[in-house]
Write a protein that binds this ligand. Structure first.
Ligand code: S3P
Length: 168
């Protein structure tokens, strides 16, 4: 099967945006980040949207955004960690799960990035969210990559899978 787009899924801070930027360059695709598109369109940060309009509103914006983006082809799309939980993603997408352990994510995430994520502020609640979500991430994935290794290493693994399988 040949897919329209590559969609990166995984928990907050697993490296979807970093991976997406590098991978899109290597594969000569456009890179889009759903959170950034929403922030630009709403002229507000994710934290502000959560605070002023609530999480449910944010989830509706995510569904609308991914629907619009997947009408086009040839992109690497980084999603927010909750998007695949609350939204449906076009079945013409090659879904790659960035599979990192919770402790690896916490260690890797700089303080500034940590502060931007409202759902990561309470560590035990974030761990519970992680435990709840991993099953869905795994079920949705066309391909899961072990993201507990260095970012550069697992980017190569994703790229090799895509090129070997001729899926794009
Ligand atoms: C969320 C993840 C965030 C962002 C929002 C909610 C989540 O994106 O969409 O804070 O529910 O997991 P990242 O996965 O890029 O941190």
């Amino acid at each position: 099967m040949v897919y329209d787009n590559i969609v990166l899924i995984g928990f907050m801070g697993s490296g979807k945006t970093t991976v997406g930027k590098v991978l899109s360059r290597q594969l000569f695709k456009d890179f889009v980040d759903v959170d950034t598109v929403i922030e630009t369109e709403q002229n507000a940060s994710v934290t502000e949207i959560f605070k002023n309009k609530g999480e449910e509103h944010f989830r509706a914006l995510e569904q609308k955004c991914i629907n619009e983006l997947t009408k086009k082809k040839g992109q690497v799309i980084a999603t927010g960690g909750g998007l695949p939980i609350y939204s449906t993603i076009s079945d013409k997408s090659l879904i790659v799960y960035i599979d990192a352990d919770f402790d690896v994510i916490l260690k890797r995430l700089p303080a500034k990035e940590h502060a931007k994520r409202p759902l990561l502020q309470d560590e035990s609640r974030a761990q519970a969210l992680f435990d709840q979500r991993i099953g869905t991430y795994k079920d949705l994935a066309t391909f899961s990559v072990d993201a507990n290794q260095s970012v550069n290493t697992f980017i190569h693994v994703i790229r090799d899978f895509i090129l070997d399988q001729r899926v794009l």
